[in-house]
Design a protein around this ligand. Sequence first.
Ligand SMILES: *[C@@H]1O[C@H](CO)[C@@H](O)[C@H](O)[C@H]1NC(C)=O
Ligand SMILES: *[C@@H]1O[C@H](CO)[C@@H](O)[C@H](O)[C@H]1NC(C)=O
Ligand SMILES: *[C@@H]1O[C@H](CO)[C@@H](O)[C@H](O)[C@H]1NC(C)=O
Ligand SMILES: *[C@@H]1O[C@H](CO)[C@@H](O)[C@H](O)[C@H]1NC(C)=O
Ligand SMILES: *[C@@H]1O[C@H](CO)[C@@H](O)[C@H](O)[C@H]1NC(C)=O
Length: 377
Amino acid sequence: MALITLPALVASLLLLPSTVVNAQGNLATFPATPLASKHFAYPTGLPYQADSEQLIRGTQTGYNICNSTTENQNSLCQTSFLNALDDFCLWAPINPNSTIPDTEGEEVAWCTKPGRGTRLIPAGALKGVQFMRTPDYVQVVGFIDQRLINIQTGDFGGELDPHGADLASILLPRGNPLGGLVYSTAWSGNNNSFTQVIEWHNFMGGDAFCFKACDPSRPNAASFCQHIYDRIGCAYNAPNNAQNGTFEACAGENQDFPGVYTLNGAVLTYTQPPEALGVITTLPYEPRVPASSDCVPFESTELFAALATVTPSGSAAPASQTLSASGSSAAGTRGGSSGTGTGSAPNANQTADNGGNIVTSGLVSLIGVMFSALFLS
Ligand SMILES: *[C@@H]1O[C@H](CO)[C@@H](O)[C@H](O)[C@H]1NC(C)=O
Ligand SMILES: *[C@@H]1O[C@H](CO)[C@@H](O)[C@H](O)[C@H]1NC(C)=O
Ligand SMILES: *[C@@H]1O[C@H](CO)[C@@H](O)[C@H](O)[C@H]1NC(C)=O
Ligand SMILES: *[C@@H]1O[C@H](CO)[C@@H](O)[C@H](O)[C@H]1NC(C)=O
Ligand SMILES: *[C@@H]1O[C@H](CO)[C@@H](O)[C@H](O)[C@H]1NC(C)=O
């Protein structure tokens, strides 16, 4: 994100809509096709890179064709999965001690199962995971020692999604990470038959995560996997009752669409303020945690046996467990909170720690303003 300078953005915007080269003869801002509109069959239809363009946010860092050669702890595989309690990946940084805001464009897949050419989540990193299947999506929410997947201690992180920092669909966005693809077997009834997940969001940070994959055959996939509430974390984007220390697979009802809530019988939509207006200290609603049922508990050792020998890379320094993840608690609905805002109103100002996102969102809101001016004038 540091790659985007304000002058470059302004220059690019002034050249819209048709021009793709800016005044310096440099790179275009937006791809011809947004990531969320690119469809590839897995594994036969995968391109080497889903995002092959040279644009001002840079080039795709890794690749989408992943195999036994790329399967190691230095893998740059950017093809991810959300299949089941024992079979999912999370987006996390390439190098140790990185923050999500600093690296959101280049995260790679860290998975619970070998065989897909990715990095593996080191043994013991996962502290609790709830897998939830609802009519419209599958989701994993959980607790993780995030240092073991290269996320800096104390980073409250942020949101990864196929739309990215560019926000409005009119900007034809490239996703965070750029070119990141997600697949699932959750709807095929066959562990070898993969559906491309078009709409998804994955909040990482605060030693917690939530990752939702919306069924592309359902009409409201984009709303359930909404991507515009990047400052208010898992508690608002994926309200849940996941517990630290518990590994379980559940069925559940759908959440409300992120940002949509009912107050005194009226259905209202929250508007997330731009970061330029400062930290979010209060929200006008408490998210509704949907009912779940049929939760089946498991032991992590049986779920993640394949990870038993996976050790963190040397520089992910072991340290005492001193992190006070104030966005998370051992019990209750706040459990899965993470993201640039921790998700709970009293803690949402933790986002102030994440300088990278402040810059990005400032630019995003500026783009929004400029687009309004361009298209309404
Ligand atoms: C394995 O993946 C790498 C990285 O995408 C690619 O360059 C290579 O061609 C692949 N190998 C095979 C045999 O497909
Ligand atoms: C991680 O990075 C921060 C900020 O750059 C630095 O202060 C800290 O010492 C680093 N921690 C480790 C374990 O390298
Ligand atoms: C399919 O995947 C699920 C979840 O990972 C696993 O429990 C099940 O055993 C697999 N089925 C087969 C036939 O391999
Ligand atoms: C989850 O529990 C472990 C102990 O098993 C603890 O070390 C960790 O800090 C907890 N994580 C969060 C986010 O509360
Ligand atoms: C964050 O908000 C809490 C409660 O609103 C307040 O006590 C705390 O001082 C704030 N922290 C910062 C860094 O603004």
